[in-house]
Design a protein around this ligand. Structure first.
Ligand code: FA5
Length: 332
């Protein structure tokens, strides 16, 4: 059978062009160049021709084959490029989408308490002050009217730092040394809060941690009375806990306040939890801070911030706050 090469090449070019994907192209390739293709059949028929014709026809068939191979190859390059674009599009990862529906992290419940208390006191006109976690003996004890060797120093299980004279440098046991730093740094009147981390060699239990947080408050102005202290405590606990929480003041002792009291909050089960200490700033402490106790008076209080969080959220074990169990912390 005579093969009309011109026509065959035109049809081959059209079917190659029509191949929509690589699979289709591979079928077209087999049909045009495979064992059963017209070109192969024509080549097989060359033996029946005269030598001259055979040579001429053979040459044209080889050319036709090379042309078809070239067309297939360039179509394959085109289709491969298109397939790559489709694949890249399908594999493209939208990182923002991957995160959608997942819970974002949030601040720890103690940090939330800290922030909420700062907001509350700043709203009442207080400023926020800070002091060092590694303190000297003078600020943590001496200036707060704990003379050297005074048994009241044993109220705190102090962690000393191996620096300078023995027992001269320590991890602060409370935030009260910041009271002295505030008095040293400025001029009264002072309305300041001092939140921070404190350290004691206490054994961890349901209400104690060796590292915990306190929020100290210091007010120094003219004619400050115990009534101002009680009113401030009432205002802040109502604002923080909401109505319906019962609080009480109990007489107590701190070397740096006189008179002194302890402040408790009632739990839903009726039991009381000690939240902090308070009192009128001792004249010796005002003097240590460079102030004249005849001119200035003030009150101070210091609360366990972690215990505040405990009470507010109805958590019954302080250690839960620091176990870093995501299932627990994500509730708050
Ligand atoms: C003091 O630390 C005084 N500086 C408080 C103060 C400030 C009194 C200003 C007067 C004027 P106290 O040792 O009681 O006091 O501790 C205060 C509060 O810290 C406690 O009521 C309690 O809420 C919290 N607290 C004490 N020890 C721990 C602990 N190991 N773990 C968690 N909270 C604690």
């Amino acid at each position: 059978m005579e093969l009309d090469l011109e026509k065959h090449l035109a049809e081959a070019a059209a079917s190659i062009e029509d191949a929509a994907d690589l699979d289709a192209l591979s079928e077209v390739d087999t049909a045009l160049l495979g064992k059963k293709s017209a070109v192969t059949a024509a080549k097989r028929g060359l033996g029946d021709l005269e030598p001259d014709q055979r040579r001429e026809m053979g040459g044209r068939l080889n050319e036709a084959r090379a042309t078809i191979e070239g067309l297939v190859a360039s179509r394959r390059t085109e289709l491969e490029a298109a397939a790559r674009v489709v694949r890249l599009e399908a594999e493209r990862m939208d990182l923002t989408e991957a995160d959608r529906g997942r819970r974002l992290g949030h601040r720890h419940v103690v940090t939330q308490t800290w922030d909420r208390l700062e907001d509350l006191f700043v709203g009442m006109g207080y400023t926020v002050a800070e002091g060092p976690e590694i303190e000297d003996e003078w600020h943590n004890f001496g200036a707060l009217n704990f003379p050297l060797g005074h048994p009241a120093r044993d109220m705190y299980d102090t962690l000393y730092v191996d620096y300078g004279e023995p027992q001269s440098t320590l991890l602060r046991t409370h935030t009260s040394p910041v009271q002295i730093r505030v008095m040293e740094a400025g001029e009264p009147p002072f309305y300041s809060i001092m939140p921070g981390r404190v350290f004691r060699s206490d054994t961890a239990d349901a209400t104690h941690m060796p590292v915990f947080h306190q929020l100290e408050a210091l007010v120094v102005d003219r004619d400050i009375t115990f009534g101002d202290l009680a009113g401030t405590l009432e205002a802040f606990t109502t604002a923080y806990f909401g109505e319906g929480f019962t609080t009480r003041l109990r007489p107590s002792y701190f070397p740096f306040t006189e008179p002194s009291a302890e402040f408790d909050v009632q739990r839903p089960d009726g039991s009381w939890l000690e939240l902090g200490g308070c009192g009128m700033v001792h004249p010796e402490v005002l003097r240590a801070g460079g102030l004249d106790p005849e001119e200035w008076s003030g009150f101070a209080f210091g609360f366990g911030l972690d215990r505040l969080a405990l009470m507010r959220h109805g958590i019954d074990d302080l250690r839960e706050l620091f176990r870093n169990d995501h299932r627990f912390l994500s509730q708050f």
